[in-house]
Design a protein around this ligand. Structure first.
Ligand code: AN7
Length: 337
C-alpha cells in the first residue's frame, strides 16, 4: 500500500505534485476479536494502529502536518507531547530533513517513545509540568517564531487521522454501529467523526478517558491529571467542543475507566487476543468491557499505540522469567513443573 496521502489524495488537502513526506503509514489491520466479542456480546473489531511506522496512529496526522509544513517552506516543526506525537514528529522531521523539537512532561513519557524521539534526532525538551502546560508553551513559541506547530490543533493532523475511519468503513463495507476510542487531547475522536461523516456514516462514538484525567467526563479541566496510561494524561483537551459534539451528535457518550480497568483490558488483549497495545489504547476496550457500547451489534475499538512503546508498564503486569541451568534435565523440570 502507498502512504495514506497517496491512497486518499482525493479526500485530503493535497494535490498531485505536492511534496509528500511519508513512511507508508496507514492501511493498518482491522482484526476480529473473538474472545472479546464473546465477552461483551457484540461483534468486536480491533483497529491496530500500533502497526503504523512509528507504532501509533500519530503517523497519520504527522504525514499530513509535516508534508504541509514542507510545502509552506518550514525549516522546523514543534509539538507538545505525552510521547507518541513526539516520536512521530521526530521520524517525519528526520524524513523531511528539517528540525524537530518536542516538549514533553519530564519523567512522564514511556521509554520507547523517548528512545524514538531521541534516535530520530529531535531535540527533546523535558519540562517540570504536564502536557497541558507544554501545549500552552509551544503555542506561544509557534506564534513568536517561524516554527510550524504540528499538535492536533493543526488541521492537517485531523485530516490525516480521519483516514482511519475510511479504512474501517472499507473493511466493514460501511456497516459499523459504534466506535470505542481513548480520548486525551481529543484530536483523534474529532478526526474519526469527521471521516465517518464524510462517508455519510454515523456510528455511535464512545470516548473513554482515564479516571484521573477525565475532564470531559467531569465537565471541567483537571489541573493535575494522573494515570498509568501516560499517553492520555491530559487535563485540558484542545478539541474539547468538537469531541463532545461527536459524541452527542452520534448518540454516543464519554465515560471514565480506572487504571485498574485499563490494566485488566491491557492484559486481556495480550493474553486472550494476542494483541499487545499500550495502556492508553486499552482504555477503549476497558470502556467497552465496563460501560458497553449501547445496543451496538458491530463495534470497532481503536488500539492507538503499540505495546512495545511502554515496556515498563508491561513488565509491571506480568510474572518474571524462570531462571534455569543450561541442562536438559533442568529445562524439563522447569517446563513440566
Ligand atoms: C496511544 O502524543 O496526546 O485524544 O502528545 O498516544 O487524539 O489526544 C497522545 C495521545 C490515545 C489520545 N492513545 O488521542 C501525544 C498525545 C495514544 C496516544 C491518545 C494518545 P487524542
Amino acid at each position: 500500500m502507498p502512504g495514506l496521502i497517496e491512497r486518499y489524495i482525493d479526500r485530503l488537502p493535497f494535490a498531485e505534485g505536492d511534496p509528500i513526506i511519508t513512511l507508508q503509514e496507514g492501511s493498518t489491520p482491522l482484526v476480529h476479536a473473538p474472545r472479546l466479542s464473546e465477552r461483551v456480546g457484540a461483534e468486536v473489531w480491533l483497529k491496530i494502529e500500533g502497526s503504523n511506522p512509528t507504532g501509533s496512529f500519530k503517523d497519520r496526522g504527522m504525514t499530513c502536518a509535516v508534508s504541509a509544513a514542507v510545502r509552506e517552506g518550514a525549516q522546523a516543526v514543534i509539538c507538545a507531547s505525552t510521547g507518541n506525537t513526539a516520536a512521530a514528529l521526530a521520524a517525519y522531521a528526520a524524513r523531511a530533513g528539517i528540525r524537530g523539537v518536542v516538549i514533553v512532561p519530564e519523567g512522564k513519557i514511556a521509554m520507547g517513545k523517548l528512545a524514538q524521539a531521541l534516535m530520530h534526532g529531535a531535540q527533546v525538551i523535558a519540562i517540570q509540568g504536564n502536557f497541558d502546560r507544554a501545549l500552552q508553551l509551544v503555542r506561544t513559541v509557534a506564534e513568536k517564531h517561524p516554527i510550524a506547530l504540528v499538535n492536533s490543533i493543526n488541521e492537517f493532523r485531523i485530516e490525516g487521522q480521519k483516514t482511519a475511519a475510511f479504512e474501517i468503513a472499507e473493511e466493514l463495507a460501511g456497516e459499523l454501529d459504534a466506535l470505542c476510542i481513548p480520548v486525551g487531547n481529543a484530536g483523534n475522536i474529532t478526526a474519526y467523526w469527521r471521516g465517518f461523516r464524510e462517508l455519510g456514516m454515523a456510528p455511535q462514538m464512545f470516548g473513554f478517558q482515564a479516571a484521573g484525567a477525565a475532564p470531559l467526563v467531569l465537565g471541567k479541566p483537571v489541573e493535575q491529571p494522573e494515570t498509568i496510561a501516560s499517553a492520555i494524561r491530559i487535563g485540558k483537551p484542545a478539541r474539547w467542543e468538537q469531541a463532545m459534539d461527536a459524541m452527542t451528535a452520534s448518540g454516543g457518550a464519554v465515560n471514565a475507566v480506572t487504571d485498574e480497568q485499563i490494566l485488566t483490558a491491557y492484559r486481556f488483549l495480550a493474553r486472550e487476543e494476542g494483541v499487545f497495545c499500550e495502556p492508553a489504547s486499552a482504555a477503549s476496550v476497558a470502556g467497552l468491557m465496563v460501560h458497553g457500547a449501547g445496543n451496538a451489534q458491530r463495534v470497532a475499538c481503536v488500539l492507538t499505540g503499540h505495546g512495545l512503546k511502554d515496556p515498563d508498564t508491561a513488565l509491571s503486569q506480568v510474572g518474571g522469567v524462570v531462571p534455569c541451568e543450561p541442562e536438559l534435565s533442568a529445562i524439563e523440570r522447569a517446563i513440566l513443573r
